[in-house]
Design a protein around this ligand. Sequence first.
Ligand code: C5P
Length: 396
Amino acid sequence: MLKGKHILLGVTGSIAAYKAAMLCRLLRVAGAEVKVVMTPTAKEFITPVTMATLSKNPIAVEFYNPENGDWHSHIAMGEWADCYLIAPATANTIAKMAYGIADNLLLTTYLSARCQTVVAPAMDCDMFCHEATQENLAKLRERGCLILESPEGELASGLMGKGRMMEPEQIVEEIGRLFAVQQTLAGKRVMVTAGATIEAIDPVRYISNHSTGKMGYAIAEALAKRGAEVVLVSGKTALATPQGVRRVDVLSAEDMYEAAVAEFEQSDCAVMCAAVADYTPAVVAEQKIKKSDAEFTLTLRKTKDIAFELGKMKGARKLVGFALETNDEQSNAEEKLRKKNLDLIVLNSLRDKGAGFGCDTNKVTFIDASHREELPLLAKSEVAERIADRIEKLLK
Ligand code: C5P
């Protein structure tokens, strides 16, 4: 649920600090990496040794290590964190956070962290209900902190009321929800074609192209994360199948055509990202063609344009194509949009630096019947997210 996420756990001096040990363990069980920062008072309630052992990281309390002068950088910790979870958070720490007081490492880290801060208050019911505390919590909420609900129950003081820290299991669930991608494409089935096709000349040689499949695989991954059922009709690539994606491997343009038509029939949308050969050898030699001194001519015949064929059969389905151009980019892409009956075309030009085969970035322009949207140079994973956004709109 929290696989690979960096959670910075801030522990303050509340009796509920003993629950921070369990919280740390559960975060790690959920797959998170955990670093812990404690206030000096928190050390009175739970030892840094316990927290260091459970988090598998050294604990930061002071601004520097008094023994060797090593600086504990609150800025580096803030940058490392995907989420800063302060649990338990005392009335004192909450008040200091609200007023920007920075007299310990936990607080300076709060002021410099750019990630989401989550606060789990823990205090006596009268302190919790006090107007000052409630105003401070409201201030933090307004600033975008997520304040976790404090359940009613028996408090360490023996009193009954609000102010208990939310139970560690529930805190981990809340943190998981924070990172969960909304399942906006649940119930939708999308086919993605990706990679290069291979057109055999003889049992040894073939015609292919430079496509690595990175863009198509990133799109499949982005769609699957949003809950779509994704089938990836894949040509040659060295990439691993993204999680939750069904992959159908093909070699030639003809194989890809057959697989794509079959899958498209049961889909709501197709994204045609593959680099499909436009021509294939008219005859595939059964034996390896022997070299001779004479010139060699290979006769090629046209392959089927898969996107064009799907465009003819699409009905209410949506169809997204790609245009990789080297010149007259805009007009070529518009022509393809029309000719192939696409709902959207993603144009990229080999003239743009950082776009095209093999790179991890791409610079694309979205073109549909009425609009043109030029995106900056982005990671292919980010371009994939933007394409997924457009597919969501198309399927609404
Ligand atoms: O005409 P062009 O090959 O430039 O068009 C590119 C778009 O058409 C891409 O979406 C590509 O995946 C798709 N295409 C296809 N079958 C072909 C050739 C291209 O699906 N034979």
